[in-house]
Design a protein around this ligand. Structure first.
Ligand code: AMP
Ligand code: MG
Length: 369
């Protein structure tokens, strides 16, 4: 007898099979049934740069506004630009130097507190009291000029982060000498980027990219599960040309260099990162420093600090830190990287040469352990 296999001959069995198929179909294809989401980007001029927010998944309608409002709020509190603002919390602190402590918002207090932490950690390579010199040089403003030696020495005497007095209870900041001043330009963008990431996460956005003019923060994973890919600025070229591509999971990556804001006089480039030892733009022999970590505030502060420190001091410093990866690009177009950075950053530009970590830096690192 011919047996015909009829699995669903029984009506109940057929119903169960259909039901199971529906569940299986939903599990397999349910999450992909919607159209793939095209990334949406919005940008706004803030903190002296274009802040770009790119969403890789849908967010609340007002999400861009929420992020930009928060960044603007930070700018209004912490800017030291008298052209842009009659007053800010930072300008009030500076105007009251030698007069009285000034109460500031929790935001400003936190940024100053962390800036002081990095000032200490880097022994003044990062110095939050650099303001008198930044103001004197005016780099990036219409008043930029090479000051007289006396003026530089006069201002230099006012720069010392160890003199800043914070009162946590009263939430006040006091600069004990007239003429002292704070500048958080080397850390505030990082803080604003961290805050923006927090806002996106709290709004349920799990996939986004924040670009604060070279301060990059990723939020969650890319929807396709691939690593994020970030172009690292070639210090020689204008914005948009890359030294190489950095691929990584969630990250904050910040580059500081002498190419961002400067003027040239008698063939000398005077740029915006000032040495608190000399009072002149730092001359560490570097074109840029890139820091990769998960905290943008830290990456921002350390990129500036390590640029000032130079490769000789900077390499042993990062070598001692497991949580920070760094790339140092010298003026001779040599690139020195920590092991973690080397596996993340593919230096593709033919003018640059990746060199092994110098033996001297290893020895110095071993000594400091
Ligand atoms: P960044 O672009 O993050 O490296 O920060 C540079 C900005 O930080 C400058 O425009 C100044 O406002 C400020 N700055 C300059 N030199 C220093 C320094 N040695 N320590 C802390 N902040 C600095
Ligand atoms: Mg910085």
């Amino acid at each position: 007898m011919l047996h015909i296999f009829r699995p669903y001959a029984h009506p109940l069995r057929a119903a169960i099979a259909v039901f199971l198929s529906i569940i299986l179909f939903t599990l397999l294809f349910g999450s992909c049934s919607s159209e793939p989401f095209d990334p949406v980007r919005e940008g706004k001029l803030l903190l002296g740069t274009t802040v770009n927010v790119t969403l890789y998944e849908e967010g609340p309608d007002d999400i861009f506004e929420r992020v930009f409002d928060r960044v603007e709020q930070i700018e209004r509190k912490m800017s030291t630009s008298k052209d842009d603002y009659d007053t800010t919390e930072l300008l009030e602190v500076n105007r009251n130097a030698g007069i009285r402590p000034v109460r500031v918002s929790a935001d400003t207090f936190e940024v100053i507190r962390r800036a002081l932490e990095y000032s200490e950690l880097t022994d003044g390579a990062f110095d939050v009291t650099i303001y008198p010199l930044v103001e004197l040089w005016g780099i990036g403003t219409a008043d930029a000029r090479v000051p007289a030696e006396e003026e530089i020495q006069e201002r230099l005497a006012l720069v010392d982060y160890r003199k800043v007095q914070l009162d946590r209870e009263a939430q006040t900041v006091y600069l004990p000498e007239e003429g002292m001043g704070l500048d958080v330009g080397a850390i505030a963008k990082g803080y604003a980027a961290d805050e923006s990431r927090r806002i996106l996460k709290e709004a349920g956005v799990d996939s986004a990219l924040l670009d604060f003019g070279g301060n990059i923060v990723t939020v969650g994973e890319k929807p396709n599960g691939e690593p994020w890919k970030i172009g690292i600025q070639n210090p020689e070229a204008g914005r948009g040309r890359y030294l190489g591509i950095l691929s990584s999971g969630p990250m904050a990556v910040v580059t500081s260099g002498d190419y961002e804001r400067y003027f040239v006089q008698d063939d000398v480039r005077y740029h915006h990162i000032i040495s608190s030892r000399t009072g002149y733009p730092a001359r560490p022999g570097l074109a840029s420093v890139t820091i990769l970590t998960d905290d943008s505030t830290e990456a921002d502060a350390l990129a500036t600090a390590l640029y000032v420190m130079g490769a000789e001091k900077g390499l042993p410093f990062v070598r001692d830190r497991d949580d920070i990866e760094a790339a140092f690009v010298t003026q001779e177009k040599e690139v020195y990287m920590t092991a973690g950075m080397e596996s993340a950053l593919n230096v593709s530009h033919e003018d640059y040469e990746v060199l092994p970590w110098p033996a001297g830096a290893q020895a110095a690192a071993a000594e400091t352990r």
